[in-house]
Design a protein around this ligand. Structure first.
Ligand SMILES: Nc1nc(=O)c2c([nH]1)NC[C@@H]1CN(c3ccc(C(=O)N[C@@H](CCC(=O)O)C(=O)O)cc3)C=[N+]21
Length: 280
């Protein structure tokens, strides 16, 4: 079998176009503020792509850049100021943060109604308990991609590789809410390969270049690769050996051009949803 490629760039573009229409119909302009402390390279491309996409969708978007040596108290004060600003609907603090700052404390300080990353414990708890709330952008984007690929989720065996708070855990919660049979596997799992081979839907989110080999993939599986890893050569690769996996999977996302663009489109979607929830 040769897999069909799930075009995240195209799915993201159509989601952004739908969002632009929703924004046009609003009597106000939803506001997004991204706070970046220092210049972690993982955040660079993301911040640039996101600002452009947000403006194209008609949002008022800006990145607030703080120096690497910013004190925790200063960042907390900025978050409170954004919480209190009625023109701001969405707040995103870029991770990772420098080590003098306790990220958990910063995430807890963000108004849950403006938490467009969905990382606040209140939104995580809502997702875990099936209540409405803001959902983390990357797993939300993966659900859009599965829908676009026509992958049946209810009753399917889904395996999530990775257990981070930002991807693995919310991914598992969303798949479970969509009635998949969900297994979460991780670095301490015995025989990762055979666990993955059971998956009809495999979501890889470990951040290790090409860790998932071709023979970890079941014939006919849908493979979603969340990893965005830059090799020393400068080449971007996912967590999955794409060429080998493509020979077995029915459908697979590429890197780049897969999940990454969806993360950005879902950030915009969360911002519009947050604005409408706050302002009507
Ligand atoms: N609070 C917070 N929320 C985040 O969502 C967050 C973060 N911090 N810190 C950094 C990571 C990284 N991230 C990316 C999102 C999209 C692409 C993306 O669009 N990638 C494109 C292009 C990549 C390229 O050309 O370099 C692609 O995969 O096709 C990349 C990286 C979000 N992050």
């Amino acid at each position: 079998m040769s897999a069909s490629i799930i075009d995240g760039k195209a799915v993201a573009a159509s989601l952004r176009a739908r969002l632009a229409e929703r924004v046009k119909a609003l009597p106000y302009t939803p506001g997004l503020r991204v706070v970046r402390v220092g210049d972690d390279p993982a955040s660079g491309v993301y911040v640039r792509n996101k600002d452009r996409a947000a403006r194209e969708a008609g949002l008022d978007s800006a990145t607030l850049q703080l120096p690497e040596d910013t004190a925790e108290a200063e960042l907390l004060a900025l978050v409170r100021q954004l919480n209190d600003d009625p023109a701001v609907d969405g707040i995103l603090v870029q991770l990772p943060l420098p080590r003098q700052i306790d990220a958990a404390k910063v995430l807890a300080a963000i108004d849950p109604a403006k938490d467009v990353d969905g990382f606040h414990a209140l939104n995580a708890g809502r997702l875990a308990t099936g209540q409405k709330g803001l959902v983390p952008c990357t797993p939300k984007g993966v659900m859009h991609l599965l829908a676009a690929a026509g992958t049946a989720i209810a009753g399917a065996r889904a395996v999530v590789l990775g257990r981070s708070n930002i991807v693995g855990k919310p991914m598992a919660a969303l798949l479970l809410a969509a009635d998949a049979t969900v297994t979460v596997v991780h670095s301490r799992t015995r025989d990762l390969a055979s666990e993955c081979r059971r998956a009809e839907i495999l979501v890889a989110a470990v951040g290790r270049p090409e860790m998932v080999k071709g023979d970890w993939i079941a014939d006919g599986a849908t493979v979603v690769d969340v990893g965005i890893n830059r090799l020393p050569s400068g080449k971007l690769v996912g967590d999955v050996d794409f060429a080998a996996a493509s020979a077995r999977a029915a459908a697979i996302t590429p890197v780049p051009g897969g999940v990454g663009p969806m993360t950005i489109a879902c950030l915009l979607e969360n911002t519009v949803d947050a604005a409408i929830a706050r302002r009507g």
